[in-house]
Ligand binder design. Sequence first.
Ligand code: NOJ
Length: 754
Amino acid sequence: MIKLILIFCGLSLIFSGCVKNKDENTSDNKTAGTNYDAVDRRVDSLMRLMTLEDKIGQLVLFTSNWDVTGPVMNANNLADIRTGMIGNVFNAHTVTYNRELQRIAVEESPRKIPLLFGYDVIHGHKTIFPLSLGEAASWDLEAIEKSARISAIEAAAAGINWTFAPMCDVSVEPRWGRISEGAGEDPYLGSLIAKARVKGFQGDKNDLSDPFTILACVKHFAAYGAPYAGRDYNMVDMSPHMFADFYLPPYKAALEQGAMSVMASFNDFDFVPATASKYLQTEVLRNQLGFEGFVVTDYTGIPELVFHGVAENDSVAGIEAINAGIDMDMEGAVFYKYLKGQVKSGAVKESQVDEACKRILRVKFLLGLFDDPYRYLNEENEKNLIYHKDHLQAAYDVAVRSMVLLKNANEILPLKKGEKLAVIGELANSKRDLLGSWKAAGDWDQMTTVLDEMKAYNGEENIIYAEGVKSVGDDRSQFDAAMKAAAKADKIVYVLGENWEWTGEAASRTDLSIPGVQSELLEKLATLKKPIVLVLMNGRPLTLVRESELASSLLEVWYPGTMGGKAVSDVLFGLYNPSGKLPMTFPRTLGQVPIFYWEKSTGRPIDPAQPDLKYKSRYIDSPNEPLYTFGFGLSYTTFTYSDMKVSDQTLTDAKPVKLSVMVTNSGKYDGEEVVELYYHDVVASVTRPMRLLCGFQKIMLKAGESKTVEFDITPEMFAFHNREMQYGTEPGDFNLFVGGNLNESLVTRITYKK
Ligand code: NOJ
């Protein structure tokens, strides 16, 4: 028994130490220049007038429905807005509709408290940008911020004041469909992207009361990106070190940028569902990270505690959630049904309801809703800003930047104007698929397809289209038509991949190959011995070994959004030279999964001089290496790296080291290059990755041009949690690697001295 207690105490010490050094990890995430005391005084004086029912209403969030004729709220919910029992609505948009709901809340409800309007504005509202994972492949933080900025402007113009984004879940799980909504496998890149997205949504001044900014929601807290077996909503189990150093950083970065709402994740964490985890929602989030906004559950997260088997009924689940630090119940109807009775019976303290209500009202005040509840409800803005031409241009700019060239043998790309091209594949002529999952309110009727744009640029007479194959199913009846079309062309452009419904939420897969019989058609086309360009439309890493053998060129375009048709065509014809780099590793085989670049050496690494030696950490039937590693991506031009220098071999706290490297565009096209900087901590108190990204710069070089790229190397770049869970940098040697990708880099070594 004593032993058990000791083990338990030890464990809770480790977990409570997850982000132990409070000073280093506490972020001042207050909106710049905001006087919370003044806001809180207004909140307090309002709350003095509120009954228990009024307060509970603020903790309730229900969805609006969307019918073919437009938005509809069910009659009971409308009545509840009127009585103040529903204080927040999601999935409601368009000014006319939201204005009426807001009018009911502020004119007819007892306390006249305005509603929050939430919506999943993930990669665009009407103008849709590339899928989030695709945006991450641009490694272009300005472009990503701009995408979120425009999404916020359009959403705000449509009556929305709160988005359920950004998703900050690091993931090394390509089976998990939701990796499409994140920034990939790297904590550093993920953190910078999380910041860029919050900045875009909430504005660079973090002024939520600006009618063109919307409240961001950091999700899914926490570790939702690590489901066992890659199955959505599945259990998660991870060590405190893994969480603190690899999974927590992007959430933390988003909070540091000032995000004022957080969504609890569906999964369990250290054997407690996140919705019931006081450790996550109070200890880490509030006590360690200093978060002062509110926490909402994910959809029906509270009643799901019953299915997790930690609560015997919904009522108990509600008590667990509020005790954990949950402020708002999304769609669960548990706070709505039970909270009042629980306060009356003493099962929940009224002060807990007060605290949650206060956090929510604080954000409503910050949004300026009490000064003008119709701030986000302006018909003129809705008419003028949605699908604004600048927004479409920005969506195009991000789309071309997100594409990753994986192979280009014999410079088959760029295509030349006037070449006879066979264009094959259902996805070449699809509008809906270009938008991918979570397309918010994006419409596709007016969009153009890849095929339309290729015809427009290359002349209809030079494009021979045959659908050939669907992206799902096993219909081979059109194979012959595709072969006939291909036989007449100089080159074959085959657009293939995953139907949009195969990625996103609840779209986990056990097989990462290209679905259906699409690859079978490729085998046939290859018998024609003509150059084949594969255009890959998908939302996760796929296994492409055979495809990369059969095709001359591979271009990963993800789901490129509203302007995707033109963006794909322009990149194929060289109007934009691809510059994207993979934000996730592409495995050779499913059996390698999870595979990610920041793995550690193990005690039995492969000896490069004797790679076949047994009893090493390796497979007997596959190389350890992936097909395409994180950070990989080609260009129509080539870049060479030389003259790597450090200003000093010794790094100290007082003196950062300057690392410089010369990058030359040694090919014949102008182009952008992502210069990547990785490090390895040679000896540390805990095992550390063989490579970890710690810097990058995206630069433009004209053909023949050279530039010196500089990085400031500081000790903080190498910080991690040591054996005692203390955060800091340990003295010793660090190898630094600079290059266009992990496998081809220049190396140098510096020593950090305290
Ligand atoms: C469930 C998803 O997990 C979450 O990300 C989303 O924001 C909510 N549904 C609301 O749509």
